[in-house]
Ligand binder design. Structure first.
Ligand SMILES: [Zn+2]
Length: 171
């Protein structure tokens, strides 16, 4: 990817709102006038991150999730887990994923959106294995471990949870 061209526009009419959008190959960040240089830099970074996260969300629609789940099942579970639906949910604060084996449906916490793809894949994998093995016994973990980055993904999520508990997310 070429380096991003960012254009910052300040407006005296804008008091508190900031926003960012893509315009061709440029990214426009709208800021209120009167911010200090440090604040301005922080806001630009924050808005670029937020924009990128929003774009990633759009890339991973529910349909995409189902496709990925099917791929993961074929690749690591010999296609034995057959999910019927995989979708994002907003009302799941304490668990990253959940499933209903009887209906072969999987739900993922929207908090995973914007995380690296291999982390999302790990949570999908965990729930896929639940479609085959309900409890967290040795058989369950042996299947989950077929996903090469399982341990790394668990570490990533644990680190994320600890950081989030220490300082609740802004905005
Ligand atoms: Zn589980």
């Amino acid at each position: 990817m070429p380096p991003e061209t960012v254009e910052v526009r300040r407006s005296t009419r804008r008091r508190r709102t900031v926003s960012a959008y893509r315009d061709g190959d440029k990214t426009i960040v709208l800021l209120p006038a009167g911010l200090s240089t440090t604040d301005e830099e922080q806001w630009v970074h924050r808005m670029l991150d937020r924009l990128a996260a929003k774009e990633q969300r759009r890339r991973f629609s529910d349909d995409d999730l189902l496709d990925r789940a099917r791929e993961l099942s074929v690749r690591y579970l010999d296609g034995r887990a057959v999910p019927r639906s995989v979708r994002w949910v907003d009302n799941q604060q304490h668990r990253w994923g959940s499933c209903t084996p009887d209906h072969a449906t999987i739900r993922l916490s929207a908090r995973l959106r914007g995380m690296p793809a291999w982390v999302v894949d790990y949570v999908i994998m965990h729930e896929l294995v639940h479609l085959l093995v309900p409890s967290h016994g040795p058989r369950f973990w042996a299947l989950v471990e077929r996903f090469p980055k399982a341990e790394r993904a668990r570490g990533f999520l644990e680190g994320f949870s600890m950081a989030a508990n220490g300082s609740p997310e802004e905005c």
